[in-house]
Design a protein around this ligand. Structure first.
Ligand code: ADP
Length: 448
């Protein structure tokens, strides 16, 4: 029969992104929104809209009962969760399926496995992915923590099993501070995620963050769509992403991509996913897997020509993958800049009225954003207001075009991170691709 009407359980640019893919497939869309988002672009563009609650996300975009009711009232036959909010909530996925609504996402059991980082690491190891050396599971006793840290060598990083968004991590450089940091990490994890479980990993000194996009049909077939380099980070949050990575050779991409695809095939993974690694001295170390679409997915779309959201919808609808590994080719280079409503250098949030807006355009320039002149950016949600994605036949030409596109972007009334990106892409290390996950914070410090 096929999917005919999708409820988009999200807001902002990703809600628009999903709406676009759906409409191109002839599928109707239903937007849900909080009272703060009544005038948002995703609400304006969707075929139907349902208000699901007051501004706080806990009462609206995370309100499972309200979202399921909206899907029932609007006769939706599928739900796409986007990223963030309920996208990695296995309980929600199960409830959706229990209501005979198609869940556009992975099997709930895989969301559970990968959502617990301790379990995820174990599973990844068993599937043959290389791991960061560390504890084999959760660590609760100080004596055990001491033993493991001594074995792998300091510095170590204490991470929350339920962590996400770069939160709940403590770097420990020597044994004397281990006890205090273990306690701190545990109580912060408890407060943020309701789960005090922590584990220990070797802290890598100067790695890059490299992740592989994968796709599975849920029936034992899987492919990879190459890697993205997301090393430019601030507080473990990605700022700019590119594909391909400037440091990964074609042979490495094929080898590691194959390892990832085989792991996903063995697992019977369904839909889109990302396997994240740290990369140092030519070695990959698995850190986590995200069982959803990622913010930075467009750079992969630019170099492969594949619409990842369309593919997600097809797979959820029970169709086969629309490409084999041999069909996937990588051409050119793409970079994405995350544009936030915040001061470019102090990072202080800057919500409010957008008085003027002009999106960059021209050849190979894509802007994913729900902004318009007269829109009031609400203070309740994530500060990302736009993504600028630029393609070039070579990395150099991509950067030249990005420079031009950033010049063209106009967002007035609020502060944005556009000036940060303009400076970033003029730095010698960024131009040469010679940066690690430490680079951005060090550069910001030197700049002060
Ligand atoms: P989250 O789920 O919170 O995003 P991740 O495990 O994906 O957490 O890690 C986020 C970022 O934290 C990585 O991209 C990297 O910058 C840093 N990080 C995580 N693990 C390590 C490690 N073992 N050594 C050094 N840096 C790390």
């Amino acid at each position: 029969m096929g999917i005919r009407r999708i409820l988009i359980a999200n807001r902002g640019e990703i809600a628009l992104r999903i709406h676009r893919a759906a409409h191109e497939m002839g599928i109707e869309t239903v937007a849900v929104h909080s009272t703060a988002d009544a005038d948002a672009m995703h609400v304006r563009l969707a075929d139907h809209a349902v208000c699901i609650g007051p501004p706080p996300a806990a009462d609206s975009y995370l309100n499972v009962a309200a979202i399921i009711s909206a899907a029932e009232i609007a006769h939706c036959d599928a739900i796409h969760p986007g990223y963030g909010f309920l996208s990695e909530n296995a309980k929600f996925a199960e409830i959706v399926e229990a209501h005979d609504i198609t869940w556009i996402g992975p099997k709930p059991e895989h969301i559970v496995t990968m959502g617990d980082k301790v379990q995820a690491k174990r599973t990844a190891g068993a599937l043959g992915l290389p791991l960061v050396p560390g504890s084999d599971g959760a660590v609760s006793e100080l004596a055990e923590a001491r033993r493991i840290a001594a074995e792998i060598g300091y510095p170590v990083i204490i991470k929350a099993a339920s962590g996400g968004g770069g939160r709940g991590m403590k770097v420990c450089v020597e044994e004397n501070s281990l006890e205090a940091l273990m306690q701190q990490a545990g109580s912060e994890a408890k407060a943020a995620f309701g789960d005090a479980t922590v584990y220990i990993e070797k802290y890598l000194g100067n790695p890059r963050h490299i992740e592989f996009q994968i796709f599975g049909d849920g029936r034992g077939n899987a492919v990879h769509l190459g890697e993205r380099d997301c090393s430019l980070q601030r507080r473990h949050q990605k700022v700019l992403e590119e594909a391909p990575s400037p440091v990964i050779t074609e042979a490495e991409r094929a080898r590691m991509g194959e390892v990832c695809a085989r792991a996903m095939a063995d697992m019977g993974y369904r839909g889109a996913g990302t396997i994240e690694f740290l990369w140092e001295n030519g070695e990959f170390y698995f850190i986590e897997m995200n069982t959803r679409l990622q913010v930075e997915h467009p750079v992969t779309e630019m170099i492969t020509g594949i619409d990842l959201v369309r593919e997600q919808i097809r797979i959820a609808d029970g169709k086969d993958l629309s490409f084999s590994q041999d069909d996937i080719t990588f051409t050119g280079h793409a970079i994405e800049c995350r544009i936030n409503a915040e001061d470019a250098f102090t990072f202080a949030p800057s919500p409010g009225l957008v008085t003027a807006y002009h999106a960059a355009g021209g050849m190979h320039v894509r802007v994913d954003s729900g902004l318009y002149a007269g829109y009031r950016i609400p203070p309740y949600y994530d500060s990302m207001i736009a993504k600028l994605i630029v393609y070039g036949r070579t990395r150099e030409r991509c950067i030249m075009r990005l420079r031009r596109a950033l010049e063209e972007m106009v967002v007035e009334g609020v502060k944005t991170s556009i000036p940060l990106h303009q400076e970033l892409i003029r730095q010698a290390d960024v131009l040469s691709g010679d940066y690690s996950i430490k680079w951005l914070e060090e550069w910001l410090q030197d700049r002060e």
